[in-house]
Write a protein that binds this ligand. Structure first.
Ligand code: SAH
Length: 261
């Protein structure tokens, strides 16, 4: 067995039925697509992934001991088992133009994993993953809720998102301190947002920087034009804006307040 390492966020899922349910949450159209498993550990999900996707599977884990274990127990996979840091590695040669991500993510870096997925959003068609329940709920949260944050907006702009189920801490070895949640993301049809996407990201990030302030105050560092500053929408807080309202606000800011609604 592999000795669980806390600094790598290693909590190994023991329950085979839950593992199967996570893998079965993948959409039926994934047969032809590359599948990337992030953090396979000792392969509890891998086992079920191999049954359906053996030819298209790539695994990446940062832990040398887990990699050795996987290579020994799943011999057919050969060079599809990669030792490395998902956050730093360029996997484009292995994954091609379109791929799906699955994993019981290391909870300590789950936000960073999603920022990296967003960089690859035009390739990542689907994500099924387990993470800390609180974070999972936050990501799928609608506006108007204190859970709604930067990643909720950025991800919901490009993905249809769904909370699937909660997993109790007791089914892991060692059990984490928190409950876990499984979510599914599916790339929406939108190729590009209807605004300057770089500015959109800036506005969202800055807006949530001081989430209890009104947008008028929170967005001060962006030096908004006077016409923009007068707008009604800036009386609101970032957490109340839908993706579309952020898009509109981004366009207002870009044009110095002269957009016709
Ligand atoms: N999928 C397994 C293990 C989940 S624990 C299970 O469900 O039992 C999280 C896994 O992510 C561990 O195996 C850990 O080694 C790996 N991991 C942690 N940081 C990583 C990183 N930066 N890149 C890739 N894998 C990482």
């Amino acid at each position: 067995m592999v000795k669980p390492k806390k600094h790598l966020g290693q909590h190994f899922l023991k329950d085979q039925d839950i593992a199967r349910n996570i893998v079965e949450a993948l959409s039926a159209d994934n047969q032809q697509r590359k599948i990337l498993e992030i953090g396979p550990g000792t392969g509890v999900l891998t086992r079920f992934l191999i049954e359906k996707y053996a030819d298209n599977l790539t695994l990446i884990d940062i832990d040398r001991e887990s990699i050795a274990y996987l290579k020994k127990h799943f011999q057919g996979l050969g060079d599809k088992v990669i030792e490395g840091d998902f956050l730093k590695m360029d996997l484009s040669h292995a994954l091609g133009e379109e791929y799906t991500v699955i994993g019981n993510f290391p909870y300590n870096i789950s936000s960073q994993i999603f920022f990296k997925i967003l960089e690859e959003k035009d390739k990542v068609v689907e994500v099924v993953c387990m993470l800390q329940e609180e974070v999972a709920r936050r990501l799928v949260s609608p506006p108007g809720n204190k859970d709604y944050g930067i990643l909720s907006v950025l991800l919901q702009a490009y993905y249809d998102m769904e909370y699937l189920f909660t997993v109790d801490a007791s089914v892991f070895d060692p059990p984490p301190k928190v409950q876990s949640g499984v979510i599914k993301l599916r790339r929406n049809k939108l190729e590009k947002l209807d605004c300057d996407e770089v500015l959109f990201k800036k506005v969202v990030k800055q807006g949530f920087q001081n989430r209890r302030k009104t947008l008028r105050n929170a967005l001060k560092p962006l030096n908004l034009a006077d016409e923009v500053r007068e707008q009604e929408i800036l009386n609101r807080r970032a957490e109340t804006l839908s993706v579309n309202e952020f898009v509109k606000l981004t366009n207002d800011i870009a044009s110095g307040g002269n957009t016709k609604v």
